[in-house]
Structures are given as structure tokens and as C-alpha cells.
Design a protein. Structure first.
Length: 364
């Protein structure tokens, strides 16, 4: 998608020297900074510190992280050790484990001398596949938006609420939750996005609003607590969120606060969709109770970072010194609160049968 009229992806290879470039998301929206990852340690740090974040992008970064590691040592031991290092950087998004498993099963049978080139090629294919998946998610979601648009008075926008950043910055391009929105916008439809700020790290205010703004999509940032009220007022036509891990029965882990939005949507009869690619489905877990929820640093709750009047970016305390804080980073929305999944293969009910109908090969 576009920044200042230039099309970007979130991750790409510098052909001259093989380093992997990323947009440092800890610096957005104040500074657009591209960082080069040259080593396994660089890739691991980028995932851990959330220079890259969002389930699909974490997976693709890990795939490239293996390629970077193999440049220095392509032995069996090094491959296994690099995958183990990358796998432990963040626990909740299953795309990380999925990407590493794909890479390892393709690379391990190859002779070490052939592994590095193959790893770059596989990671590039994974990135391209993610772009295609997200594009298809957008097409299927666009059909839902079109249905809602015909029920609106002429010219009135379809109002879509989203939580966290499940946009192109969380993927390689398009995004999951935002792909239907971008495609509706590009088709000339009137859409408007309610952007949950998404405390404590503010991915909505800092990232989703930034990327929608850069691409010219009308949007309004709201405090996380405002969504229920807006749904009661009839100001939200649908919610679309992303997911970090969807279990076999259709429970969906996503950024903390998603569950509360789903409850409000259920109470008000607002359609609540979860958009995700196949790489976010964990076929090994029966339901959401088994999902590991990442507990992050309390400082994310106790402090905020922003731009001061003089242009400098600073971090300030927002709570009384010494107050403790808890920071669970994800919650699980039960399948019964989800209207449907929007995937690259189409829209399905949030249930074991719904997922199995979309991915019948997983039943074999
Ligand atoms: O902690 P984050 O910023 O990595 O959390 C991201 C989310 O929860 C996204 O909504 C999710 O990964 C879907 S990304 C398309």
C-alpha cells in the first residue's frame, strides 16, 4: 500500500547484499525508518521488540531470519538452533511456528550448500503467498461490504470498526482486516473506519490510522471504550478484526480488547467478522483455552510514547510511581460471538464445520 504516494511492502530483500529490510514499526507514526536485518540476532530482535509485528509479518520475518542464519552456518545443527531461537520470540501468533515448520521441512532434506539460496527463495514465496492471500481476503470481504452498502442511504459510508492493526503493516501488503476496506475504497465505495486506539501499545492510533491516512481512506480514531456506545447508536455497520491464532472449533485469539468488542457487537446485533489467512489456523488445538497468551512488560501500560510540541519523541509516565500493572497482550473471542471468518478461500461460519469446509484437506 502507499506511503507518500509510493507503494511499499513491509519486508523486502536488498539484492546487493542479501540483508532484509523492514519498516521499523516502533518508530511509526512519527518517523518512517527502514532498518536492515543482517543476522539471525537482528531478525529475532525485530520480532521480540515489535519492530515487526502482526501475525503474518512475524511469520515471514522468521522465514527470512532462517535465511540470514544459514548464510553463516547452514549445518543441521545451525538450522535447528536458528529455528528454536526464532520460535521463542513471541508465543501467541501461530504464524511464527507455521512459517518455521514450513521452512525446516523444505530445507532439512537439502544438502547444506544448497540451503541458503533455497531459504531466500522459500521466504520470498511465503511473502508473495501472503500478499495473494490478503488480496483474496479483500475480495471476499468486499462482497460483504457491498451487501451492507445497498442498505445505506445513497452516498452514506459503510462504517467499519477495527481493533489493533490487522492492516498491511501487520502482513506483507493489503492486510487482513483492512484488505476489504482498501478494496472497497479503490472500487470507489464510500467507507469510513472507526479505529480503536488499542491500548496499551496503541497499534490502532499509531499504525492503522497511519496506514489508512497514507492511503487516503476516511477514518476516525476512537478510545477503546467508545466502540460499544457507537454500536448502540447504530454508527457501526460491521466490525472486522484480525487474528493471531484460530483454533479448530473457531475460537480466535487477537489483540487484547477484541473480546469486549465482540460482546458489544453480539449485544447490538452488529456483524463481527474475523479475517485471517490459512497460516493463522492452528489445527493442533481444539479450542481457545489452550492458546498461550503473551504477558508483556508492565511499562507498556504505565508509560506512553508520543511527539512533543518541539517535534521530539518522548516517553512519559502516565500512572503513579510504584503502581503495579498487568499486561496480557491477547484475548480469545469464542466462536459463538463471531459472525464469520473471511479467508483467502471465502467466508465461512466460525465453527469446526465452517473451517473444515474451507480446508477439507486438513481433515485427511
Ligand atoms: O501484538 P501485535 O501488534 O503483534 O498484535 C497484532 C494483532 O493482534 C493483529 O490483530 C493480528 O496479528 C492480526 S494481523 C493481520
Amino acid at each position: 500500500m502507499n506511503i507518500d504516494g509510493r507503494a511499499y511492502r513491509t519486508i523486502w530483500v536488498e539484492e546487493a547484499h542479501g540483508a532484509v529490510s523492514i519498516i521499523d514499526q516502533t518508530r511509526l507514526p512519527h518517523d518512517l525508518v527502514v532498518v536492515a536485518l543482517a543476522t539471525l540476532a537482528d531478525a529475532a530482535r525485530a520480532i521480540k521488540t515489535m519492530q515487526v509485528r502482526g501475525a503474518p509479518l512475524i511469520g515471514v520475518t522468521a522465514a527470512y531470519g532462517l535465511a540470514l542464519a544459514l548464510r553463516h552456518d547452514a549445518s543441521d545443527t545451525a538450522l535447528a538452533a536458528a529455528a528454536a531461537t526464532l520460535a521463542t520470540q513471541r508465543p501467541t501468533a501461530v504464524n511464527l511456528a507455521w512459517a518455521l515448520a514450513q521452512m525446516q521441512s523444505a530445507l532439512a532434506p537439502l544438502p547444506p550448500a544448497a540451503r541458503t539460496k533455497a531459504a531466500y527463495a522459500l521466504a520470498a514465496r511465503m511473502a508473495d503467498d501472503d500478499v495473494e492471500s490478503c488480496r483474496h481476503i479483500g475480495q471476499h470481504g468486499l462482497a460483504i461490504i457491498r451487501t451492507l452498502a445497498v442498505q445505506k442511504t445513497a452516498g452514506a459510508p459503510v462504517n467499519i470498526l477495527t481493533h489493533c492493526n490487522a492492516g498491511w503493516l501487520a502482513c506483507v501488503d493489503w492486510g487482513t482486516a483492512t484488505s476489504p476496506i482498501y478494496q472497497a475504497h479503490e472500487a470507489g465505495m464510500a467507507v469510513h473506519v472507526w479505529v480503536d486506539e488499542t491500548r496499551p501499545r496503541n497499534q490502532g492510533a499509531a499504525l492503522t490510522a497511519y496506514e489508512l491516512g497514507c492511503h487516503g481512506v476516511p477514518h476516525t480514531i476512537i478510545a477503546d471504550n467508545a466502540g460499544g456506545h457507537l454500536m448502540q447508536q447504530g454508527a457501526v455497520d460491521m466490525c472486522i478484526v484480525g487474528a493471531d491464532r484460530v483454533t479448530r472449533n473457531g475460537d480466535a485469539a487477537n489483540k487484547i480488547g477484541t473480546y469486549l468488542k465482540a460482546l458489544a457487537a453480539h449485544d447490538t446485533g452488529t456483524p463481527f467478522y474475523v479475517a485471517m489467512p490459512h497460516s493463522t489456523i492452528d489445527w493442533h488445538i481444539g479450542d481457545g483455552r489452550a492458546i498461550e497468551i503473551e504477558e508483556r512488560d508492565a511499562r507498556e501500560v504505565l508509560q506512553m510514547t508520543g511527539r512533543l510540541a518541539d517535534g521530539t519523541v518522548a516517553t512519559v509516565d502516565i500512572a503513579a510511581r510504584g503502581s503495579p500493572a498487568a499486561n496480557p497482550a491477547f484475548d480469545v473471542t469464542p466462536a459463538r460471538l463471531i459472525t464469520g471468518f473471511i479467508t483467502e478461500r471465502g467466508v465461512a461460519p466460525a465453527s469446526a464445520d465452517g473451517l473444515a469446509a474451507l480446508y477439507p484437506e486438513r481433515l485427511l
